[in-house]
Design a protein around this ligand. Sequence first.
Ligand code: 3NM
Length: 224
Amino acid sequence: MAGSFNAEQIREMLRAYFIMGSVNCPGQPAEVLRQAIAGGITLFQYREKGKGALQGDARLELARKLRRLCRASSVPFIVNDDIELALAVDADGVHVGQEDEPASNVRRRIGPGMLLGVSAHDAEEAERAVREGADYLGVGPIYATGSKEDAKAPAGPEVITRIREAGIRVPIVGIGGITAGNAAEVVRAGADGVSVISAISLAANPAAAASELLDAVRKAIFQR
Ligand code: 3NM
């Protein structure tokens, strides 16, 4: 468990988790993030991946800019799959997938104080991730997604229920095709929150989209 955050704080952070890189935004990424923060996102992940992703100085510069925006509003900042970058911008954590560096190595490199999120697709991957030091799990794709080229087939919210039934209690966030319209099902299946790219990054009004998402999650948690 990350030294700086307890499980309850992490569950709260996962309620409305916005993930974004420059390729996910039709306009200025900083402006989209500024609006998402105004709408109430609880956690942000910088994920500079896919065709046309920034490299080198441009990547570092955008990371710094987005990190500053998050810090100014006390929104924790996570970096996807780039430990050097996470350390360079003093991120609050790192998120890795099953094809990235093994979670145990990442935990060694970032130390006990930073958050470690790991993607998992079933109970076996989830159990291993927890053993290797994950603070939370990203489970998906729940629904079909247009934001990840190599995404697996949609698993439905039931995949989260199966992971819970296997006795895994760590904080879980669902991912893949989630919107304010289907977020409640994901929470009812056992997730602590939802993570989205396009529901916010491609919204005409990212602040309103973030706020609707957070409302849907909070209502579903309250009714659980
Ligand atoms: N990871 P959207 S699905 C980044 O299944 C990512 O692990 C996934 O984007 C996984 O909210 C996904 O636009 C893309 O569907 C999520």
